[in-house]
Design a protein around this ligand. Sequence first.
Ligand SMILES: [Zn+2]
Length: 319
Amino acid sequence: MKNFKLVALAATLVLTVSCERETLTNPQETGNQEAFSLAADQCGAMDVLAQQIAADPSLIDRLNTVEAHTKEAIAQGKTARLAADGSIEIPVVFHVIYRTQSENIPLSQIQEQIAALNEDFNLDNPGRTTIPGEFQSVESNIGISFVLEQVIRTYDRRRSWRPDDSMKFVSPTVNPEQNLNIWVVNNMPYRGGNILGYAQFPGGDRATDGIVLDYRFTGNTQYSTGRTATHEVGHWLNLRHIWGDGGCGASDFVADTPDADGPSRGCPTYPTVSCGTNDMTMNFMDYSNDPCLNMFTNGQKSRMLSVFTAGGYREAMAQ
Ligand SMILES: [Zn+2]
């Protein structure tokens, strides 16, 4: 794939956030819960990154530093310090911010989310049996395990949240150099729909480091099998969307993911073709429905693990 500079990325982001978005309709919730419609950009990570760059242009330098380190770590074959079983273990702090009791999700739902992350990062997700033959050779065992460290529950009267990190100051980040912080909130309306979650990329402010999820897309629910968190943790470990947030030729900085001209929706029937190749619609960094997201690649693994190597943004977590 093409080399891609983050300075160029910033320009792309400005264009991206100004694009008109369609709104998709999801099954509506009943009872006292609000109707839910899916924003075309169901993940807010790139928009939040654009907002953060606009507020602090020096973030581009820090992102470029992370990218330079990633490139060097991969080129030199640097490896992260691993646990005795060969894995990297990440403690997870959940911040549940709720207005109603249904939003104050039970511990069992949080544990389901942890289980889904552990499946997806360790080749243990049931859907992987459906991965097409041409992609099986690049499917990768990431070897990261997640352990529930703490659950912090906070009442807040707000009915919705903007994807602007405000929730992270209602329940502040806990030791972000050691922990993955996950905030669960009730609703994130955005650009005519709702986003399911967003993540902050390596290089960002430690005070806002982590991922944010809609409670309906956390663990197992009528909408979710927990793959929104897998996607957002991918961003949190420096993965980009598989279509490179642009058309054909826009890169996700990974060589073994095929070029794609945009996100997939629903549950595509293999094969779908764009940019002259079959799309890897089952990659966790696409927008397919949860049951149809089933794999990371070897190239994505190299990018993710590079942040844990010496000099990497998350080096302290692998020690
Ligand atoms: Zn995303």
